[in-house]
Design a protein around this ligand. Sequence first.
Ligand code: ZN
Length: 263
Amino acid sequence: MDTDIAAVPVLRDNYVWMIRRGETAIAIDPGEAEPVRRWLEAHVLRLAGIAVTHHHADHTGGVRALAPLLSPEGVIVTSAEAGIPHGRIGRAGEIVRFPGGVELEVLAVPGHTRDHLAYATADGHLFAGDTLFSIGCGRLFEGTAAEMVASLARLQKRDPATLVYPAHEYTAANLAFALDLEPENDALLRYREEVQALRQRGRPTLPVRLGRERALNPFLRLEDPAIRRVVRARGGPPAHDPVAIFANLRCWKDCFVVRVENR
Ligand SMILES: [Zn+2]
């Protein structure tokens, strides 16, 4: 059966991804409970499970309030440090089965936090939390650049047709940074037009195809001569070390966000 997925916007710019199967739904990263509860009610669906990618409050804040709505055999799967009662900790490589039939493969992707997990369906949907965004990646709050590069590589080698569901609507801000690096990248300019049109209509820019991210996202193009030229031109490392290149991009992005937000 095809997997049917809906976005429930919560907080400032988070999405709770709802995987729907028959009369059941699984909530990924419910940072807030009430919008999820209303969505379940409106669609007359039972909550069969919750999956949490990492311990940050904007991904876990709604779990306690949603837990009583879970169907009797409902499953809560979480990262190691999410601290959720009755949640069980997902192990890399395992397949979690939810009542109603949804199955999620657990992937360990440390970097943004040490405990970060991603979840994937067998039919090509990948819930990336705060690890991979469209045209960006998560900040390094706990992990190292080397861990994040390895985690992104783990996600990146999946089928290019995979649909990626990040937890935040960051695409427009990420494009501003990517176009600051490569102002003449036609594919990025075209993507910006698409993203602007979607946002003007209040629509999510997500999910995104992994193949397109591999072609456009600077954090996935550490071997791309065009990105290496930009890094060298800005005084970054001349070496062919993807981790050093990543660390420079990530550091510039952190500063770039601050500059934009302070404007
Ligand atoms: Zn986070």
